[in-house]
Every structure is written in structure tokens, then in C-alpha cells.
Design a protein around this ligand. Structure first.
Ligand SMILES: O=C(O)c1ccccc1N[C@@H]1O[C@H](COP(=O)(O)O)[C@@H](O)[C@H]1O
Length: 218
């Protein structure tokens, strides 16, 4: 059966990290972008990461940060994956020498296929909503039909996902994974435990009606 991977982003404390991990999150995101209400210090993130169970991928989110800062934080926090959410070039991303996903904000002229082709070393593209002046965490969806179906399996869908719309998003896009931040928050920077569980349950239910699931199980 197909399983859509789930990343819960904007983790700022151990309690929320363990709730998300226990609910079945595949990945947790740490926002190293100081202006964000979900920003976490490298010191705090390192303490959270140290208390996680195995098999949870730790993702560090950066927006046009300096190379040295990214390298130091990745090392200190034992990050498994970088999420580069700004205007980082393919050469810059590759120079970090670590696995990364590249975020693409879906402006009207965004060309998913062209961006995917220019970042061949990326582990995948994360597609997020575009809002002028806001680099991410907008809480808004975009028109999912703009995602080329042939690239969906390499994409992580983000932007305005919630427990009540994520199943529809999966049915329509069939992405590799989904990423949520604001849609499972109690307030900026803190998660709502029940919303986290509902989100992950909704993903699992959507996967059960994924085309081909029944055939594979027979
Ligand atoms: O979460 C943030 O504050 C943030 C700041 C800067 C860049 C990206 C950020 N978050 C990412 O935005 C998307 C969508 O978030 P939401 O679910 O719409 O709140 C997600 O990939 C977060 O990782």
C-alpha cells in the first residue's frame, strides 16, 4: 500500500516533538529562521533531537542563511535533511554536501518542472504557497492542479494543510509526502496534540483509498 509521508514542521519543544513522533510523524521540522514565530534556537533544537526515538527524520529549515551557519547548525543538531526555503541556488544547495529538499513557492509563474530539472541533486521539491513578503508558513493553500502529475511522486505538498483538507489534497495530488505547520498549531510555535493526531490519521485514511491500494493488498 502507498504511504504518504508526514512532516510536522515548526517544532519548538520536546513535548510537541514527542507527541508528533508518537502519533506517527515521519519527519519533524525545525525552523532556523529567526523572524518566524516558530523559530527555534540551535541549542533548543539539539536538546529536542537528542530525546527523539530512532527512525524520525530531523529536518532543518533555512531561508537564505549563510553557508557556515547552516553547516554549524546541521552538525550541532544532527540534522538528517535540510529544507532550503529561500532563493538558494542549485550550486549553493549542492555545496552544503548534505541531503536537501528545495522549497518552491508557487507564484503564478512558478514552473515546477523547470525548477525540478535545475536541482537534480535535491531529494525532492517541497511546494508551498506564495504570499509576497512571507517566505513560508502562510497557512494558505494553492491550486494543487498546478502540480504536474508526473512529478507528484517526488514532491512534498505544503501550504495551508489541515486535518480537514489533507485527505482531499492527497487524493488530488498523490504526493510523496505532506508538510504541515500552522494547521496543527494551538498558537504560533506550539502544536495542538489532537490536531496533530487527527492530521496523521487523516493521511492514513486517505492512503487506504489510494488508487491501487486494494490491488496490492490482495
Ligand atoms: O513555519 C514557518 O514559520 C516558516 C517560515 C519560513 C519559511 C517556511 C516556514 N514554514 C514552512 O511553510 C510551509 C507551510 O506552512 P503552513 O502549513 O502553511 O503553516 C511548511 O513547509 C513549513 O515547513
Amino acid at each position: 500500500m502507498h504511504r504518504t509521508r508526514v512532516k510536522i514542521c515548526g517544532i519548538t519543544c520536546v513535548e510537541d516533538a514527542l507527541i508528533a513522533a508518537d502519533a506517527g510523524a515521519d519527519a519533524l521540522g525545525f525552523v532556523f529562521y529567526p523572524p518566524s514565530p516558530r523559530a527555534v534556537s540551535p541549542e533548543a533544537a539539539a536538546e529536542i533531537v537528542a530525546q527523539l526515538p530512532p527512525f524520525v527524520t530531523c529536518v532543518g529549515l533555512f531561508v537564505d542563511a549563510e553557508r557556515d551557519d547552516i553547516m554549524k547548525i546541521a552538525e550541532r543538531c544532527h540534522l538528517d535533511l535540510l529544507q532550503l526555503h529561500g532563493k538558494e541556488t542549485p550550486a549553493f544547495c549542492q555545496s552544503l554536501g548534505r541531503p536537501y529538499i528545495k522549497a518552491l513557492r508557487m507564484r503564478d509563474d512558478a514552473d515546477v518542472a523547470a525548477v525540478a530539472a535545475s536541482y537534480p541533486a535535491a531529494r525532492g521539491l517541497l511546494l508551498d504557497s506564495y504570499k509576497p513578503g512571507v517566505p513560508g508558513g502562510t497557512g494558505e493553500t494553492f491550486e494543487w492542479q498546478r502540480i504536474p502529475p508526473q512529478l507528484a511522486a517526488q514532491t512534498v505538498l505544503a501550504g495551508g494543510l489541515r486535518p480537514d483538507n489533507v485527505a482531499r489534497a492527497i487524493a488530488q495530488v498523490k504526493p510523496y509526502g505532506v508538510d504541515v505547520s500552522g494547521g496543527v498549531e494551538a498558537r504560533p510555535g506550539r502544536k495542538n496534540a489532537e490536531a496533530v493526531r487527527q492530521f496523521i490519521r487523516a493521511v492514513a485514511q486517505a492512503d487506504q483509498s489510494y488508487p491501487g491500494s486494494l490491488e496490492v493488498e490482495k
